[in-house]
Design a protein around this ligand. Sequence first.
Ligand SMILES: C[S@@+](CC[C@H](N)C(=O)[O-])C[C@H]1O[C@@H](n2cnc3c(N)ncnc32)[C@H](O)[C@@H]1O
Length: 264
Amino acid sequence: MNKYEHTQDRNFDGLAEHFKKKIYGSSKGEIRLQLLWEDLEDNLLNNLQDAARLSVLDVGGGIGQISAKLANEGHKVTVTDVSRDMLELAQEHFSAENVSPENYELKNIALNQLSQEITEPSDLVMFHAVLEWLADPHSGLKCTMDKVAEGGHLSLMFYNKHSVIMKNLLKGNFRKVVSNDFIGERGGLTPISPLDPVDVYGWLEAAGFNIISKTGIRVVNDYLNRDLQASRSYEDILHMEKLLCRQEPYLSLGRYIHVIAQKQ
Ligand SMILES: C[S@@+](CC[C@H](N)C(=O)[O-])C[C@H]1O[C@@H](n2cnc3c(N)ncnc32)[C@H](O)[C@@H]1O
């Protein structure tokens, strides 16, 4: 049995508003968006010629905040998601950000429909915080990697199993660590398939991708207890995140790991 094969993929219908409030209504979401954008700028966007217009595919894109920013910079964006509820939130967000309808499309399709529904490969494919919601992450990643054009980039963010272990150790939940039991409750916001980074890096390399950057997303914030989080300003926490998120050993302890990889 595939070691990640626990249940079925998690469609966010019924969970979308809760997700928006819990993640993007807090500094957790803000830190995530800031660092993802910085990585994309440093490794890709800042190197583009002025008039370059990328084709961008955001798989399991949810509300699509990064996609909306890219579309507002003139790139051509397609956001796909299996959840209608999430795409409704995406539509609200794109409208609120005044994104030109010519620059984006929202498609209600699942990963396994990508091969039929998305015919052209894209310059940039984003796959952020989806892998850990899949019953078979490796197959899901393969469907997504197939959609990257040769020489194009994959921006992949996944939920890091080592961070889950460390958090449980700090809480004294030794039994959970020994039994390797980290699966979230059905219907909750704890991912069903935390990933071992070594597996993910191996899958990328085996598919001919060259990893060009790695960043730990929330290497500090999530290890502070509530009182400490409340007593430090957002700016101070973000400053610490930026200081440590791209160096070992902190990056490998990030709640998520963001990888940018180029297809050879
Ligand atoms: C945690 S959210 C992440 C959303 C967005 N990428 C972000 O970073 O904010 C996971 C998303 O993956 C979608 N999803 C889960 N399984 C999927 C599948 N098999 N095909 C397409 N989307 C899927 C969910 O509906 C949900 O919107």
